[in-house]
Design a protein around this ligand. Sequence first.
Ligand SMILES: C[S@@+](CC[C@H](N)C(=O)[O-])C[C@H]1O[C@@H](n2cnc3c(N)ncnc32)[C@H](O)[C@@H]1O
Length: 285
Amino acid sequence: MQLTDPKGRMHTITLEAGKAFHTHKGILQHDDLIGGPEGVVVTIGVTQYLALRPLLSDFVLSMPRGAQVVYPKDAGQVVQMADIFPGAHVVEAGVGSGALSMSLLRAVGDTGRLSSYERREDFATIAQANVERFFGGPHPAWTVTVGDLQEALDETDVDRVVLDMLAPWETLDAVARALRPGGLICCYVATTTQLSTTVEALRAHGSFMEPTSWESMVRGWHVEGLAVRPEHRMVGHTGFLCTSRRLADGVEPPLRRRRPSKGMYGEPATESQAPTDEPFRPELP
Ligand SMILES: C[S@@+](CC[C@H](N)C(=O)[O-])C[C@H]1O[C@@H](n2cnc3c(N)ncnc32)[C@H](O)[C@@H]1O
């Protein structure tokens, strides 16, 4: 359960019969909540807390972390734009703290298959504990392999590969062997240099379609009476996403219709090399 105090501070606890939750304000007996409805108010000392089962997005931000987690706004983008569907066979690396694994598990469901690879055993252990705590036990669709994806990956006919790691470009041979034609690779990277290296490696590989890259920004709004405005603070940057589809073997990627600007691939820039990109004009529906 998630207990939220009047200042919005949250505590996440796993209810167990006979146990108690202690704060410096007092004690809450778990039995007071077990078997009861959620959405109720409980009092510890003189402080009132709202008691609710945590949403996945709340849980991942409050759970123990090994590595930095994928933020819920990006996990949502991954599930939608990487087209993770019930019953899908998905490969993921690295596992980190297991935040993205949880969104992927929810999307593939009990009939799907999520094979996750993590090179650090200590992170894999933290992630497994987080996933089991959230789902209330081991998830039937999940297996975790400790090792480098590029060495350990030995699966075929994979529908989707989702990579959140430092150097996704190093894994492309292994990913291309695993993905079925029409399958999709989705990479989440933090910096522009990683994005650039990933996209150029996908283009150069020959097994993938022209990649698509983007980032998402979410700005909360303060809505109170006449004071309706954007929140003063926002998370300005998390990471970039990039997707590409696996071509069938032997298929030449269709010629790109993009026109690179002069200097784009590192030729010396001169004053005459003004950008040749057309201004952006959104397509009308
Ligand atoms: C940022 S964390 C992943 C966070 C995770 N997506 C989450 O939401 O909790 C990146 C992880 O990738 C792992 N990693 C990096 N390269 C890897 C590789 N080649 N194979 C397997 N794991 C790798 C790292 O050990 C690290 O735990």
